[in-house]
Design a protein around this ligand. Structure first.
Ligand SMILES: Cc1ncc(COP(=O)(O)O)c(C=O)c1O
Length: 436
Protein backbone atom coordinates (compact mmCIF):
# COMPACT_ATOMS: atom_id res chain seq x y z
CA UNK A 1 0.00 0.00 0.00
CA UNK A 2 1.23 3.51 -0.84
CA UNK A 3 0.72 6.19 1.79
CA UNK A 4 -0.84 9.33 0.29
CA UNK A 5 1.49 11.65 2.18
CA UNK A 6 -0.06 14.83 0.78
CA UNK A 7 -3.28 13.90 2.59
CA UNK A 8 -1.53 13.67 5.92
CA UNK A 9 0.26 16.96 5.39
CA UNK A 10 -2.88 18.84 4.42
CA UNK A 11 -4.26 21.10 7.10
CA UNK A 12 -1.10 20.97 9.21
CA UNK A 13 -0.14 24.63 8.79
CA UNK A 14 -0.19 25.00 12.57
CA UNK A 15 2.54 22.34 12.86
CA UNK A 16 4.57 24.25 10.30
CA UNK A 17 4.04 27.47 12.23
CA UNK A 18 5.03 25.96 15.55
CA UNK A 19 8.08 24.13 14.22
CA UNK A 20 9.79 27.01 12.41
CA UNK A 21 13.15 27.60 14.02
CA UNK A 22 14.56 31.06 14.38
CA UNK A 23 17.79 30.51 12.42
CA UNK A 24 16.24 29.12 9.24
CA UNK A 25 13.18 31.33 9.23
CA UNK A 26 15.32 34.44 9.69
CA UNK A 27 17.14 33.88 6.39
CA UNK A 28 16.18 36.40 3.74
CA UNK A 29 14.97 35.22 0.33
CA UNK A 30 17.03 36.08 -2.72
CA UNK A 31 16.01 39.11 -4.78
CA UNK A 32 17.72 37.50 -7.78
CA UNK A 33 15.40 34.50 -7.58
CA UNK A 34 12.37 36.82 -7.50
CA UNK A 35 13.65 38.54 -10.67
CA UNK A 36 14.30 35.13 -12.25
CA UNK A 37 10.64 34.26 -11.70
CA UNK A 38 9.55 37.44 -13.54
CA UNK A 39 11.93 36.64 -16.39
CA UNK A 40 10.46 33.14 -16.64
CA UNK A 41 6.91 34.53 -16.78
CA UNK A 42 7.84 36.80 -19.70
CA UNK A 43 9.68 33.97 -21.44
CA UNK A 44 6.60 31.76 -21.02
CA UNK A 45 4.66 34.46 -22.87
CA UNK A 46 7.14 34.03 -25.74
CA UNK A 47 9.13 37.22 -25.04
CA UNK A 48 12.85 37.03 -25.83
CA UNK A 49 14.30 38.50 -22.64
CA UNK A 50 18.01 39.36 -22.75
CA UNK A 51 18.95 37.92 -19.41
CA UNK A 52 21.88 39.64 -17.72
CA UNK A 53 20.84 38.51 -14.23
CA UNK A 54 22.53 35.16 -13.86
CA UNK A 55 25.92 34.77 -12.20
CA UNK A 56 26.32 31.58 -14.17
CA UNK A 57 27.13 30.39 -17.68
CA UNK A 58 24.98 29.12 -20.49
CA UNK A 59 26.77 25.81 -21.24
CA UNK A 60 25.91 26.20 -24.94
CA UNK A 61 28.01 29.34 -25.03
CA UNK A 62 30.50 28.51 -22.33
CA UNK A 63 30.95 24.76 -21.88
CA UNK A 64 33.32 23.28 -19.30
CA UNK A 65 36.70 22.10 -20.66
CA UNK A 66 36.28 18.90 -22.64
CA UNK A 67 39.21 17.37 -20.72
CA UNK A 68 37.32 18.00 -17.48
CA UNK A 69 34.21 16.14 -18.68
CA UNK A 70 36.38 13.33 -20.01
CA UNK A 71 38.32 13.14 -16.75
CA UNK A 72 35.09 12.82 -14.76
CA UNK A 73 33.76 10.07 -17.02
CA UNK A 74 37.11 8.30 -16.90
CA UNK A 75 37.20 8.42 -13.09
CA UNK A 76 33.67 7.04 -12.97
CA UNK A 77 34.60 4.22 -15.35
CA UNK A 78 37.49 3.43 -13.03
CA UNK A 79 34.90 3.16 -10.21
CA UNK A 80 36.22 6.09 -8.22
CA UNK A 81 32.96 6.24 -6.34
CA UNK A 82 33.79 5.83 -2.66
CA UNK A 83 33.82 8.61 -0.08
CA UNK A 84 36.67 11.02 -0.72
CA UNK A 85 38.76 12.01 2.33
CA UNK A 86 37.04 14.87 4.20
CA UNK A 87 39.91 17.20 3.31
CA UNK A 88 39.83 16.20 -0.37
CA UNK A 89 41.81 13.70 -2.44
CA UNK A 90 45.61 14.08 -2.09
CA UNK A 91 46.23 14.74 -5.80
CA UNK A 92 43.80 17.68 -5.81
CA UNK A 93 45.23 19.18 -2.62
CA UNK A 94 48.69 18.96 -4.16
CA UNK A 95 47.48 20.44 -7.46
CA UNK A 96 45.96 23.41 -5.61
CA UNK A 97 49.20 24.01 -3.68
CA UNK A 98 51.16 23.84 -6.93
CA UNK A 99 48.72 26.23 -8.62
CA UNK A 100 49.13 28.76 -5.81
CA UNK A 101 52.92 28.38 -5.91
CA UNK A 102 53.21 28.64 -9.71
CA UNK A 103 50.57 31.24 -10.48
CA UNK A 104 50.27 33.27 -7.28
CA UNK A 105 53.82 32.92 -5.92
CA UNK A 106 52.57 31.42 -2.64
CA UNK A 107 54.30 28.24 -1.44
CA UNK A 108 51.85 26.82 1.12
CA UNK A 109 52.82 23.84 3.29
CA UNK A 110 51.14 20.44 3.26
CA UNK A 111 47.95 20.56 5.32
CA UNK A 112 46.81 23.99 4.10
CA UNK A 113 44.13 22.95 1.61
CA UNK A 114 40.51 22.06 2.37
CA UNK A 115 38.47 20.88 -0.59
CA UNK A 116 34.70 21.46 -0.60
CA UNK A 117 31.73 21.26 -2.93
CA UNK A 118 32.33 24.65 -4.52
CA UNK A 119 33.42 27.80 -2.71
CA UNK A 120 30.37 27.96 -0.43
CA UNK A 121 31.23 25.19 2.10
CA UNK A 122 34.73 26.65 2.56
CA UNK A 123 33.15 30.06 3.21
CA UNK A 124 30.51 28.66 5.56
CA UNK A 125 32.98 26.48 7.44
CA UNK A 126 35.51 29.32 7.73
CA UNK A 127 32.82 31.46 9.37
CA UNK A 128 31.85 28.58 11.69
CA UNK A 129 35.49 27.86 12.54
CA UNK A 130 36.35 31.45 13.44
CA UNK A 131 33.34 33.58 14.24
CA UNK A 132 31.46 33.37 17.55
CA UNK A 133 27.90 34.61 18.03
CA UNK A 134 28.10 38.34 18.74
CA UNK A 135 31.44 38.81 16.93
CA UNK A 136 31.64 41.54 14.31
CA UNK A 137 32.16 40.76 10.61
CA UNK A 138 33.37 43.69 8.53
CA UNK A 139 32.57 43.64 4.82
CA UNK A 140 32.12 46.14 2.02
CA UNK A 141 28.86 46.44 0.13
CA UNK A 142 27.86 45.67 -2.54
CA UNK A 143 28.90 42.10 -1.82
CA UNK A 144 27.75 38.61 -2.52
CA UNK A 145 25.90 36.79 0.30
CA UNK A 146 28.27 37.75 3.13
CA UNK A 147 25.26 39.09 5.04
CA UNK A 148 23.81 35.55 5.03
CA UNK A 149 26.99 33.87 6.28
CA UNK A 150 27.27 36.55 8.96
CA UNK A 151 23.68 35.94 10.02
CA UNK A 152 24.16 32.15 10.06
CA UNK A 153 27.06 32.45 12.46
CA UNK A 154 25.09 34.70 14.80
CA UNK A 155 27.55 37.52 14.15
CA UNK A 156 26.96 41.23 13.81
CA UNK A 157 27.64 42.62 10.36
CA UNK A 158 29.45 45.90 9.80
CA UNK A 159 28.66 46.63 6.14
CA UNK A 160 30.73 49.47 4.71
CA UNK A 161 29.20 51.27 1.75
CA UNK A 162 31.71 51.70 -1.08
CA UNK A 163 31.51 54.10 -4.00
CA UNK A 164 31.75 53.97 -7.80
CA UNK A 165 34.88 56.17 -7.60
CA UNK A 166 36.81 53.21 -6.17
CA UNK A 167 35.07 50.65 -8.38
CA UNK A 168 32.87 49.68 -5.39
CA UNK A 169 35.99 48.34 -3.70
CA UNK A 170 36.75 49.21 -0.07
CA UNK A 171 39.54 51.61 0.80
CA UNK A 172 41.86 51.34 3.77
CA UNK A 173 40.43 54.62 5.07
CA UNK A 174 36.94 53.09 5.17
CA UNK A 175 37.88 49.81 6.85
CA UNK A 176 40.57 50.84 9.32
CA UNK A 177 38.29 52.55 11.86
CA UNK A 178 36.37 49.25 12.31
CA UNK A 179 39.24 46.77 12.53
CA UNK A 180 39.56 47.04 16.31
CA UNK A 181 36.07 45.64 16.88
CA UNK A 182 36.07 43.05 14.08
CA UNK A 183 36.74 39.33 14.19
CA UNK A 184 36.67 38.80 10.45
CA UNK A 185 37.06 41.03 7.40
CA UNK A 186 35.71 39.73 4.09
CA UNK A 187 36.99 41.00 0.75
CA UNK A 188 36.14 39.64 -2.68
CA UNK A 189 38.23 40.52 -5.74
CA UNK A 190 37.40 40.50 -8.63
CA UNK A 191 34.09 41.54 -7.16
CA UNK A 192 30.65 40.12 -7.65
CA UNK A 193 28.61 42.25 -8.49
CA UNK A 194 30.77 45.07 -9.88
CA UNK A 195 33.32 43.24 -12.07
CA UNK A 196 36.13 45.37 -10.63
CA UNK A 197 39.38 44.51 -8.83
CA UNK A 198 40.81 45.89 -5.61
CA UNK A 199 43.64 48.44 -5.91
CA UNK A 200 46.93 46.85 -4.76
CA UNK A 201 47.88 49.85 -2.60
CA UNK A 202 44.55 49.73 -0.78
CA UNK A 203 44.71 45.97 -0.15
CA UNK A 204 48.27 46.35 1.06
CA UNK A 205 47.31 49.13 3.47
CA UNK A 206 44.37 47.08 4.78
CA UNK A 207 46.65 44.05 5.27
CA UNK A 208 49.30 46.08 7.09
CA UNK A 209 46.62 47.39 9.43
CA UNK A 210 45.32 43.85 10.06
CA UNK A 211 48.85 42.68 10.90
CA UNK A 212 49.33 45.65 13.25
CA UNK A 213 45.98 44.95 14.92
CA UNK A 214 47.01 41.32 15.36
CA UNK A 215 50.35 42.33 16.88
CA UNK A 216 48.39 44.33 19.43
CA UNK A 217 45.98 41.43 20.08
CA UNK A 218 48.84 38.99 20.43
CA UNK A 219 50.45 41.10 23.14
CA UNK A 220 47.06 41.33 24.88
CA UNK A 221 46.35 37.58 24.35
CA UNK A 222 43.13 38.45 22.48
CA UNK A 223 41.51 36.46 19.70
CA UNK A 224 42.97 37.36 16.31
CA UNK A 225 41.43 39.22 13.38
CA UNK A 226 41.15 37.25 10.12
CA UNK A 227 40.71 38.19 6.48
CA UNK A 228 38.59 35.98 4.25
CA UNK A 229 39.78 36.70 0.73
CA UNK A 230 37.31 35.36 -1.80
CA UNK A 231 39.08 35.06 -5.12
CA UNK A 232 36.77 32.74 -7.04
CA UNK A 233 37.05 35.00 -10.10
CA UNK A 234 40.83 35.58 -9.98
CA UNK A 235 41.50 33.75 -13.23
CA UNK A 236 39.04 36.05 -15.02
CA UNK A 237 40.90 39.36 -15.02
CA UNK A 238 41.07 41.48 -18.17
CA UNK A 239 43.21 44.12 -19.83
CA UNK A 240 45.74 45.89 -17.64
CA UNK A 241 44.01 44.90 -14.43
CA UNK A 242 45.99 42.87 -11.96
CA UNK A 243 44.90 40.33 -9.39
CA UNK A 244 46.76 40.71 -6.11
CA UNK A 245 46.64 38.67 -2.93
CA UNK A 246 47.02 39.63 0.74
CA UNK A 247 49.83 37.15 1.47
CA UNK A 248 51.89 38.12 -1.57
CA UNK A 249 51.57 41.81 -0.70
CA UNK A 250 52.16 41.34 3.03
CA UNK A 251 53.56 37.86 3.85
CA UNK A 252 52.89 38.41 7.59
CA UNK A 253 49.21 38.04 6.64
CA UNK A 254 49.68 34.27 6.19
CA UNK A 255 48.45 33.28 9.70
CA UNK A 256 45.36 35.47 9.29
CA UNK A 257 44.29 34.84 5.68
CA UNK A 258 41.63 32.46 4.46
CA UNK A 259 41.65 32.11 0.68
CA UNK A 260 38.46 30.86 -0.92
CA UNK A 261 38.48 29.64 -4.49
CA UNK A 262 36.80 27.20 -6.89
CA UNK A 263 36.66 25.92 -10.45
CA UNK A 264 33.09 27.24 -10.70
CA UNK A 265 33.89 30.46 -12.51
CA UNK A 266 37.34 29.88 -14.09
CA UNK A 267 36.09 26.85 -16.06
CA UNK A 268 32.38 27.68 -16.24
CA UNK A 269 31.89 24.67 -13.97
CA UNK A 270 29.34 26.01 -11.47
CA UNK A 271 27.36 22.77 -11.41
CA UNK A 272 30.32 20.47 -10.86
CA UNK A 273 30.91 21.73 -7.33
CA UNK A 274 34.65 21.76 -6.72
CA UNK A 275 36.12 24.48 -4.53
CA UNK A 276 38.69 24.93 -1.80
CA UNK A 277 40.08 27.03 1.00
CA UNK A 278 43.81 27.65 1.40
CA UNK A 279 44.48 28.44 5.05
CA UNK A 280 46.88 27.99 7.95
CA UNK A 281 46.84 24.24 8.79
CA UNK A 282 45.31 24.76 12.25
CA UNK A 283 42.26 26.39 10.66
CA UNK A 284 42.12 23.65 8.03
CA UNK A 285 41.83 21.06 10.80
CA UNK A 286 38.71 22.78 12.14
CA UNK A 287 37.24 23.26 8.67
CA UNK A 288 37.81 19.59 7.92
CA UNK A 289 35.52 18.55 10.77
CA UNK A 290 32.84 21.04 9.71
CA UNK A 291 32.92 20.14 6.01
CA UNK A 292 32.97 16.46 6.97
CA UNK A 293 29.85 16.72 9.12
CA UNK A 294 28.06 18.67 6.39
CA UNK A 295 29.17 16.05 3.87
CA UNK A 296 30.00 19.04 1.72
CA UNK A 297 32.98 17.47 -0.01
CA UNK A 298 33.22 17.54 -3.77
CA UNK A 299 32.36 14.31 -5.60
CA UNK A 300 35.41 12.06 -6.00
CA UNK A 301 35.36 11.84 -9.85
CA UNK A 302 35.17 15.65 -10.08
CA UNK A 303 38.07 16.02 -7.67
CA UNK A 304 40.23 13.57 -9.62
CA UNK A 305 39.42 15.21 -12.96
CA UNK A 306 40.10 18.70 -11.54
CA UNK A 307 43.45 17.55 -10.13
CA UNK A 308 44.45 16.15 -13.51
CA UNK A 309 43.68 19.40 -15.28
CA UNK A 310 45.32 21.65 -12.70
CA UNK A 311 48.44 19.49 -12.79
CA UNK A 312 48.61 19.47 -16.58
CA UNK A 313 47.17 22.73 -17.96
CA UNK A 314 48.16 21.61 -21.48
CA UNK A 315 45.12 19.34 -21.35
CA UNK A 316 43.04 22.53 -21.49
CA UNK A 317 44.28 23.19 -25.05
CA UNK A 318 43.00 26.59 -26.19
CA UNK A 319 40.11 26.51 -23.69
CA UNK A 320 41.32 29.38 -21.50
CA UNK A 321 41.93 31.63 -24.48
CA UNK A 322 38.53 30.93 -26.04
CA UNK A 323 36.67 31.20 -22.74
CA UNK A 324 38.35 34.40 -21.56
CA UNK A 325 38.07 35.84 -25.05
CA UNK A 326 34.34 35.09 -25.07
CA UNK A 327 33.68 36.69 -21.68
CA UNK A 328 35.83 39.76 -22.31
CA UNK A 329 34.37 40.26 -25.82
CA UNK A 330 30.85 40.35 -24.35
CA UNK A 331 31.86 42.69 -21.54
CA UNK A 332 33.63 44.98 -23.99
CA UNK A 333 30.72 44.98 -26.43
CA UNK A 334 28.30 45.82 -23.63
CA UNK A 335 30.57 48.48 -22.21
CA UNK A 336 31.00 50.05 -25.67
CA UNK A 337 27.28 49.85 -26.40
CA UNK A 338 26.28 51.52 -23.13
CA UNK A 339 29.05 54.10 -23.43
CA UNK A 340 27.74 54.85 -26.91
CA UNK A 341 24.26 55.49 -25.49
CA UNK A 342 25.81 57.83 -22.94
CA UNK A 343 27.59 59.68 -25.78
CA UNK A 344 24.18 60.08 -27.44
CA UNK A 345 23.06 61.94 -24.33
CA UNK A 346 21.29 59.15 -22.45
CA UNK A 347 21.65 59.08 -18.66
CA UNK A 348 23.99 56.13 -18.36
CA UNK A 349 27.16 55.51 -16.36
CA UNK A 350 29.42 52.51 -16.88
CA UNK A 351 32.49 51.34 -14.99
CA UNK A 352 35.25 49.73 -17.04
CA UNK A 353 35.11 45.92 -16.79
CA UNK A 354 38.19 44.57 -15.02
CA UNK A 355 37.30 41.03 -14.05
CA UNK A 356 34.67 38.33 -13.36
CA UNK A 357 31.66 38.23 -15.69
CA UNK A 358 29.99 41.42 -14.63
CA UNK A 359 29.67 44.99 -15.74
CA UNK A 360 28.49 47.79 -13.44
CA UNK A 361 26.16 50.15 -15.23
CA UNK A 362 23.72 52.76 -14.01
CA UNK A 363 20.62 53.69 -15.98
CA UNK A 364 19.80 56.94 -14.26
CA UNK A 365 16.09 57.26 -14.92
CA UNK A 366 14.55 57.70 -11.49
CA UNK A 367 11.94 60.47 -11.72
CA UNK A 368 11.45 60.20 -15.49
CA UNK A 369 8.14 59.23 -17.07
CA UNK A 370 7.08 56.34 -19.20
CA UNK A 371 3.65 57.39 -20.51
CA UNK A 372 1.78 58.47 -17.40
CA UNK A 373 3.86 56.28 -15.14
CA UNK A 374 6.65 57.92 -13.15
CA UNK A 375 9.72 55.74 -12.59
CA UNK A 376 9.73 56.53 -8.91
CA UNK A 377 12.58 54.40 -7.68
CA UNK A 378 15.21 51.88 -8.67
CA UNK A 379 12.73 49.01 -8.59
CA UNK A 380 10.49 50.88 -11.04
CA UNK A 381 13.48 51.42 -13.35
CA UNK A 382 14.47 47.75 -13.14
CA UNK A 383 10.93 46.67 -13.83
CA UNK A 384 10.61 49.11 -16.77
CA UNK A 385 13.88 47.77 -18.21
CA UNK A 386 12.42 44.29 -18.03
CA UNK A 387 8.96 44.93 -19.38
CA UNK A 388 9.79 47.64 -21.96
CA UNK A 389 13.34 46.84 -23.08
CA UNK A 390 13.16 43.13 -22.18
CA UNK A 391 16.47 43.47 -20.39
CA UNK A 392 16.86 41.68 -17.05
CA UNK A 393 19.47 43.02 -14.64
CA UNK A 394 20.04 42.94 -10.88
CA UNK A 395 20.18 46.17 -8.84
CA UNK A 396 23.09 46.55 -6.45
CA UNK A 397 20.56 46.79 -3.62
CA UNK A 398 20.23 42.99 -4.01
CA UNK A 399 23.87 42.91 -2.84
CA UNK A 400 23.32 45.03 0.25
CA UNK A 401 23.98 48.40 -1.42
CA UNK A 402 21.65 51.28 -0.46
CA UNK A 403 18.48 51.31 -2.58
CA UNK A 404 18.01 53.78 -5.43
CA UNK A 405 21.67 54.22 -6.36
CA UNK A 406 20.64 53.13 -9.85
CA UNK A 407 23.68 50.85 -10.21
CA UNK A 408 22.94 47.43 -11.65
CA UNK A 409 24.88 44.23 -12.25
CA UNK A 410 24.98 43.11 -15.86
CA UNK A 411 26.23 39.51 -16.09
CA UNK A 412 27.36 38.26 -19.49
CA UNK A 413 27.72 34.52 -18.76
CA UNK A 414 24.46 33.61 -20.41
CA UNK A 415 24.23 36.03 -23.35
CA UNK A 416 25.67 36.04 -26.86
CA UNK A 417 27.25 39.01 -28.62
CA UNK A 418 24.04 39.28 -30.66
CA UNK A 419 22.05 39.43 -27.39
CA UNK A 420 24.27 42.28 -26.22
CA UNK A 421 23.70 44.22 -29.44
CA UNK A 422 19.96 43.58 -29.28
CA UNK A 423 19.84 44.73 -25.66
CA UNK A 424 21.64 47.99 -26.42
CA UNK A 425 19.28 48.66 -29.33
CA UNK A 426 16.21 48.01 -27.23
CA UNK A 427 17.52 50.12 -24.41
CA UNK A 428 17.99 53.03 -26.81
CA UNK A 429 14.41 52.62 -28.07
CA UNK A 430 13.03 52.43 -24.53
CA UNK A 431 15.04 55.45 -23.38
CA UNK A 432 13.79 57.46 -26.36
CA UNK A 433 10.24 56.98 -25.11
CA UNK A 434 10.89 58.45 -21.68
CA UNK A 435 9.84 61.99 -20.91
CA UNK A 436 10.67 64.35 -18.07
C1 LIG B 1 32.07 36.09 -4.93
C2 LIG B 1 31.56 34.69 -4.93
N1 LIG B 1 32.05 33.82 -4.03
C3 LIG B 1 31.62 32.56 -3.99
C4 LIG B 1 30.64 32.11 -4.85
C5 LIG B 1 30.17 30.69 -4.73
O1 LIG B 1 30.89 29.86 -5.58
P1 LIG B 1 30.51 28.33 -5.72
O2 LIG B 1 29.45 28.23 -6.75
O3 LIG B 1 31.79 27.68 -6.14
O4 LIG B 1 30.04 27.83 -4.40
C6 LIG B 1 30.09 32.97 -5.78
C7 LIG B 1 29.01 32.51 -6.67
O5 LIG B 1 28.38 33.24 -7.38
C8 LIG B 1 30.57 34.31 -5.83
O6 LIG B 1 30.09 35.19 -6.71
Amino acid sequence: MTVDVARYLAGCEDVAGRSANRLASGLKGSTILAIARQVKELQDEGINVRNFTIGDFDPKQFPVPEALSEGIVDALRKRQTQYPPAIGVPELRKAVRDLYADRLGLAYPEGSVQIGSGARPPIYSAFQAIVEPGDAVLYPVPSWNINHYTYLSGARGIPVVTSPETGFMPTAEQLLPHLGEARLVVINSPLNPSGTVIAPDQLEAICRAIVAENDRRRAAAERPLFLLYDQVYWQLVFGDSEHVTPVRLVPEMAPYTIFVDAISKCWAATGLRVGWAVVPPWIRDRMQALVGHMGAWAARPEQIATARLLADPELLGDYTEVFHGGISARLERLQDGLTGLKAEGHPIEVLPAQGALYLSAKVDCIGRRHGDQVLENEEAVRSWLLTEAHIAVVPFSAFGYPANSGWMRWSVGSVSLADVDAAVGRLRAALNQLTD
